[in-house]
Every structure is written in C-alpha cells, then in structure tokens.
Design a protein around this ligand. Structure first.
Ligand code: ZN
Length: 79
C-alpha cells in the first residue's frame, strides 16, 4: 500500500466515522422524541454481549433490564 493509498484510506475511515457520529446523533434525537409507551421486546444488548435487555418496539431504544419472568418466557420462545 503506497503513501497516497494510506491517507486515502484514513480519509475514508474518518469520513465513515463522521457519518456514523451524525447518524447516531440523529438516531438518539429520534429516540428522544419517542414516549416508549407501546410494545417492547427482549434481545441481547448490542453493547453488553450475553446480557438481555428490554427494548422499545417503536424506536429500538434500550429501556431497562428484564425481570426474571420475562427472561424465562423469552428463552422459552427462542428455543
Ligand atoms: Zn421508544
């Protein structure tokens, strides 16, 4: 990989990171506007692997830890 290619790569990476930052901010703003009053679902956390969380079905925001009952029911459904 030449010098020009390297800085080209870095530019691309920086550009992607900038876009991700903007998109994440936009996502956060949208989730901020959600009342999280509708349906919820359980899923593995994207940040904490092997850890289950409750998510808002409308905006996919991580809301809280599930109760033991919710986990048991979820595991039963995903067998
Ligand atoms: Zn929500």
């Amino acid at each position: 990989m030449g010098k020009a290619d390297k800085s080209n790569l870095l530019n691309k990476i920086n550009q992607i990171e900038e876009e991700l930052r903007n998109l994440n901010k936009e996502k956060g703003d949208l989730q901020e506007g959600c009342k999280h009053s509708g349906e919820t679902y359980l899923a593995f956390s994207t940040e904490h692997r092997n850890s289950i969380r409750v998510y808002c079905s409308d905006c996919k925001k991580e809301l809280r830890y599930p109760s033991q009952e919710e986990i048991t029911e979820w595991i039963g459904k995903n067998k």
